[in-house]
Design a protein around this ligand. Structure first.
Ligand code: ZN
Length: 355
């Protein structure tokens, strides 16, 4: 019987070596230690032995049982470890691996124009400010000297946030998609110390009839300077310097008197059209960018209205400022020679890939 136990141990050890998964381990355990297993089979003959031998065999068979269980456990751990190593190896990321490069795409012309403008103004000592695209009526209109009954409100056809959100609110607290980046001027004047020298690039929304120069969402860039002794001369100098850097050396500018609720005095600035070089014609056809006038309205500007300053807690007797608002889309169209800024929003790869 002793020999049988030894033989069983040897066979088990051999069988164990050839196992490679947990299923096989289970089968092996059943085969050797199960109710109808090989060990039980050997021990069935124990009743024929003397008491002395019975004792010895019991001890030896128990030792064998413990040996088998330990070996099974050890093998099970080994299989698990191996499985883990395989997963690590197969799922490992080789950060040094090289792949054939794909077309990565590039910046949209409006992004390129925005960054160009930011660089120019940063070099002039301006700081970039940002604000939310959803604003309240108060920040978008009231605090910019455009009260509820002001005729200028008609110019800005506004997208309002859904009635469910706005219905129980007073007009001044109702939400809308900002019609200009000017609310960021208010936010900055309310929180920052003077002097202020900022630019605000961002997306704005208007319920517009679309044509070559108008789209219902577009990008604006505003700039604002507030401090002691700021004059209209400073405004002109900043504009000339920025335009010279931004467009071409031969670009002409002209000021036209205008009216904005938030500036006084106000002006609109046109630049000579780069598309038709100020002639109003492209190959004997009317230039659509400038409506054949040779001039493109690029921005509005003026000295910040005393009421706007007062509303932000700034004394207009002591401080003054100027502000500009310009269309980045039109700048991009002029800069890149595109005849309609609307084309930037039409996902035309053939167009965008050129810049
Ligand atoms: Zn033109």
């Amino acid at each position: 019987m002793k020999e049988k136990l030894l033989e069983l141990k040897e066979n088990f050890s051999k069988a164990l070596e050839s196992t490679s998964n947990t299923q096989q381990l289970k089968e092996l355990e059943n085969m050797y230690l199960g109710k109808k297993g090989l060990l039980k089979e050997i021990l069935a003959g124990i009743k024929n032995l003397s008491n002395e031998d019975k004792k010895t065999i019991w001890v030896e068979s128990n030792e064998l049982k413990v040996f088998i269980l330990k070996k099974l456990e050890w093998k099970s751990k080994e299989i698990e470890a191996q499985k883990f190593e395989e997963i690590v190896a197969s799922e490992a990321l080789d950060v040094t691996a090289e792949f054939p490069s794909k077309d990565l795409g590039h910046k949209h012309p409006i992004t390129t124009a925005t960054e160009l403008l930011e660089d120019i103004f940063i070099s002039l000592g301006f700081k970039i400010e940002d604000g939310p695209e959803i604003e309240t009526d108060k920040l978008n209109f009231d605090m910019l000297n455009i009260p509820d009954n002001h005729p200028a409100r008609d110019v800005w056809d506004t997208f309002w946030i859904s009635d469910e959100i706005n219905e129980d609110k007073e007009l001044w607290e109702k939400y809308l998609l900002r019609t200009h980046t000017s609310p960021v001027q208010i936010r900055t004047m309310l929180k920052e110390e003077l002097p202020i020298k900022i630019i605000v690039p961002g997306r704005v929304f208007r319920y517009e009839q679309e044509d070559a120069r108008h789209t219902c969402n577009f990008y604006q860039l505003e700039w604002l300077v507030v401090g002691e002794g700021v004059t209209f001369g400073d405004l002109k100098w900043t504009l000339d310097t920025a335009m010279k850097s931004l467009l071409w050396e031969d670009t002409k500018t002209r000021f036209r008197p205008s009216i904005f609720p938030f500036t006084e005095p106000s002006a609109e600035v046109d630049v000579s059209c780069q598309i038709c070089k100020g002639t109003g014609k492209i190959k004997e056809k009317k230039c659509s960018m400038c409506s054949a006038t040779g001039w493109v309205e690029l921005l509005g500007c003026g000295m910040v209205h005393p009421k706007v300053l007062t509303g932000c807690g700034i004394d207009p007797e002591k401080y003054s400022g100027f502000a500009f608002g310009m269309w980045i889309d039109r700048i991009a169209a002029q800069r890149f020679g595109v005849s309609s800024s609307r084309m930037f929003y039409q996902s035309k790869l053939k167009l965008n890939e050129q810049f």
